[in-house]
Ligand binder design. Structure first.
Ligand code: PSU
Ligand code: MN
Length: 296
């Protein structure tokens, strides 16, 4: 199928410059306007500062776009009808010529098709607390698509030990980038061990090459803790998460609505502290992904 590359991304492909894919569900469903557009632009700027080229992936009128310009970002960020597109939603949004924000799963899938090997997000989806059958399609995609995902772990609203088990089952190596434990998204450590610690982009690049040599099809999860000045310590955020989870269960929020609801509620309950951490870690992850892209 034909993808439409943005100008900057098309030029980078032609010249063989390193590309970093960025997702767009955080724009359409993760953060409110105009913070969403501002954050997406800051992530792009961070990638450029590190000498790589950003390609934000999204659907616009049923067309897969790899790389958006600032008008596109603004339009996507303002859109009230964009569909949250995971893998299973892609054919629906395409057939109906809709706008869509792509999740980690859908962005991995599309980035791989577009020849992009690395991408940055905030936190992946995983196994939901109290609902062990609600496993994000992100986990499944990591098991079958060889794209490296830079994140701050899985979102703290999830069951982190079960999420790590699910990743293990699917053959996904979990890397601590400058850390020995799995970060907990808003806070720097969950206390749970990672499979390997890497302190440099070259080490991650070597891991990716070894994976390719083995012809393994799984992705690699690179986890970086949120910057210390932005972190919300786990014991301070846990009561907000617990309250938001109770509310979600009580009001019957289900399926793809769960994650956006919890992120928004935790933000309200923490006076936006969780949101500030989210924004800071997104930019940090984009920067790290760009450094790894340059090493490849
Ligand atoms: N990271 C963020 N904010 C987000 C997301 C990640 O900082 O909103 C999105 C990603 O697109 C991820 C999705 O794929 O949340 C997970 O949704 P679910 O749990 O429904 O799979
Ligand atoms: Mn789910």
């Amino acid at each position: 199928m034909d993808f439409v590359f943005g100008r900057e991304a098309a030029a980078a492909r032609r010249d063989g410059r390193p590309l970093v894919a960025l997702e767009s569900t955080l724009i359409t469903h993760g953060l409110p306007y105009p913070l969403n557009v501002e954050t997406a632009s800051n992530m792009e700027a961070a990638v450029r500062e590190e000498g790589a080229v950003p390609a934000t992936v999204a659907l616009m009128e049923g067309v897969v776009r790899i790389g958006l310009d600032s008008d596109d970002l603004e339009a996507l960020g303002k859109s009230r009808s964009a569909r949250k597109c995971s893998r299973r939603d892609l054919p629906i949004a395409l057939a109906r010529r809709e706008w869509g924000g792509t999740t980690v799963a859908a962005t991995m899938f599309l980035a791989h098709r577009a020849g992009i090997r690395i991408f940055a997000t905030g936190g992946i989806g995983g196994v939901h607390r109290g609902h062990p059958f609600d496993i994000s399609a992100d986990v499944e995609e990591l098991g079958r698509t060889p794209v490296t995902v830079v994140c701050a772990g899985a979102k703290a609203i999830l069951d982190l030990p079960l999420t790590l088990e699910a990743l293990e089952t699917r053959g996904v190596p979990v890397v601590g980038f400058g850390c020995d434990t799995f970060p907990a998204f808003y806070s720097r450590s969950s206390g749970l061990p990672v499979d390997i610690r890497c302190d440099t982009p070259d080490e991650v690049a070597a891991l990716m090459e070894a994976r390719d040599e083995l012809q393994l099809s799984a992705g690699i999860l690179v986890c970086a803790p949120p910057p210390s000045e932005a972190e919300v310590p786990a014991d301070e955020i846990e009561h907000a998460i617990a309250a938001a989870l109770l509310e979600a269960d009580a009001t019957g929020i289900r399926g793809k609505e769960v994650t956006p609801f919890l992120l928004a509620r935790v933000s309200e309950l923490t006076d936006r502290r969780s949101q500030s951490a989210n924004v800071a870690l997104l930019e940090n992850n984009a920067r790290i992904a760009a450094r790894i892209a340059r090493s490849l």
